[in-house]
Design a protein around this ligand. Structure first.
Ligand code: MN3
Length: 203
């Protein structure tokens, strides 16, 4: 039975960057639905009982029933992606990457500003619903990418790459406040990123 990650802040805690109504709907309705639907699909897949969500997502082809595979892909992705998203935000943000992660960002991208630009263009360039990602592999390399729908780098690389930060660019993540202005939402998202937590996912 998978459970939504607990928030360390209130629904209004990310104001004015992410508004209370969006948080309420996003966490309370969308993420809750992905989680419930994932658990329902897994009830029909007893062979996956006890497996981590990462293990399930890195080998979706192990699910032979096509409808169940699609359900686990969409809802398992939605479950995992939003746990990461909500966990890596904090009221006021923490401004800049730290520690080993900051060093690797310098190595792979030059500096934080360059990484931010790369993530922003991945997020802006994703047509329709999806995500932009900062991911790492077992060597500690970093990579920026984007995925459609609720897909993520774990599924796309069979577990070679694991996201440590994700920007949700589904309209449900920003439309109530920002309407069509995805770029404004993305710029403001960086104001609430908790780089201390992102670094914990990295090391
Ligand atoms: Mn979402």
């Amino acid at each position: 039975m998978f459970k939504q990650i607990q928030l360390n802040y209130n629904f209004n805690g990310l104001e004015p960057y992410i508004d209370e109504l969006t948080m309420n709907t996003h966490y309370g309705k969308h993420h809750a639905a992905y989680t419930n639907n994932l658990n329902s699909a897994l009830e029909k897949l007893p062979e996956l009982k006890g497996q981590s969500i990462e293990n399930i997502l890195k080998d979706l082809s192990a699910i032979s029933d096509e409808a169940l595979r699609t359900s686990v892909r969409n809802n398992g992705g939605g479950y995992y992606n939003h746990n990461l998203y909500f966990d890596t935000m904090t009221p006021g943000g923490s401004k800049e990457p730290v520690g080993k992660l900051a060093k690797q960002i310098e190595k792979d991208f030059g500096n934080y500003q360059a990484l931010k630009e790369k993530l922003t263009s991945a997020a802006l360039g994703r047509f329709g619903s999806g995500w932009a990602w900062l991911s790492t592999n077992k060597n500690g390399d970093l990579q920026v990418s984007s995925s459609p729908n609720q897909d993520n780098p774990i599924m796309e690389s069979n577990g070679e790459w694991t996201p440590i930060l994700g920007i949700d660019v589904w309209e449900h993540a920003y439309y109530l406040k920002y309407k069509n202005l995805r770029g404004d939402y993305i710029a403001n998202f960086f104001e609430v990123v908790n780089w201390d937590i992102v670094e914990k996912y990295y090391v």
